[in-house]
Design a protein around this ligand. Structure first.
Ligand code: ZN
Length: 180
C-alpha cells in the first residue's frame, strides 16, 4: 500500500539554538507539526558527526563543530516528536564517518536493499537548512525515486534557510518536483 512519508532533515539543537544556528529555524517546528498528522510515517535525518569530522574548521572544513554524535547539540528538537507514535518514526543518521562531507542523507543508498521507500509512496521533504542538507537530500531522493518509483515533493514552508530557497526551487523546477 502506498504511503505518505514526511522526511524532516536535521531538526537538531545545533542548527536551531546551538553552534550553527540557521535564522528563524525554530519556526519550522510548528509548521512541520501542523502537517504531521497527514503522514503515515515521519523520517528524521540526523547530522551525526565524529569529533574530528572533515566539515569542522579545525579539520579544514567550513563549519564550526556541530552535531557531534551523542551530544546535546545533536539532539532532535524536543517538539519534533510531538504527536508521533513510535511506530510511525524512523531516524536516519548521516555524516557518521570522518569524511567525506555528506550533506545528503542518502549518499550511497542502495535502493535494492532497504525498507524505507516503496513503489507508489509519496515522500515530502522539509527541514534545515534549505541550501545544504535539504537540497542535497532532495537530489539524492529524486535519483532514488526514479529507481524505486515513488513521488517526491517539497514542503517549502517547513524549510529553514540561511538566505534563500532559490537553489531548492530551481532544482524543483528543473525536475518537475511539486510543492506540498
Ligand atoms: Zn554536519
Amino acid at each position: 500500500m502506498a504511503r505518505k512519508i514526511l522526511l524532516a532533515v536535521d531538526l537538531q539543537h545545533d542548527f536551531i539554538h546551538g553552534s550553527l544556528p540557521v535564522p528563524q529555524s525554530e519556526l519550522v517546528i510548528p509548521e512541520i507539526n501542523k502537517v504531521k498528522k497527514d503522514f503515515d510515517l515521519v523520517y528524521f535525518t540526523l547530522d551525526w558527526h565524529p569529533l574530528n569530522h572533515c566539515s569542522f574548521k579545525e579539520q579544514g572544513g567550513p563549519w564550526p563543530v556541530h552535531c557531534v554524535h551523542h551530544t546535546a547539540g545533536a539532539a532532535l528538537h524536543p517538539e519534533a516528536l510531538e504527536g508521533l507514535e513510535e511506530e510511525r518514526v524512523r531516524f536516519i543518521l548521516k555524516g557518521c564517518v570522518q569524511g567525506p562531507e555528506e550533506y545528503g542523507a542518502f549518499v550511497g543508498f542502495d535502493p535494492e536493499n532497504q525498507d524505507l521507500f516503496a513503489p507508489g509512496d509519496e515522500v515530502v521533504v522539509c527541514g534545515i537548512a534549505a541550501e545544504y542538507c535539504v537540497l542535497e537530500t532532495l537530489k539524492n531522493l529524486y535519483e532514488i525515486s526514479k529507481k524505486i518509483g515513488f513521488t517526491v515533493k517539497v514542503y517549502l514552508e517547513g524549510t529553514a534557510r540561511f538566505e534563500s530557497t532559490a537553489t531548492v526551487e530551481a532544482f524543483m523546477a528543473e525536475n518537475g518536483i511539486q510543492r506540498y
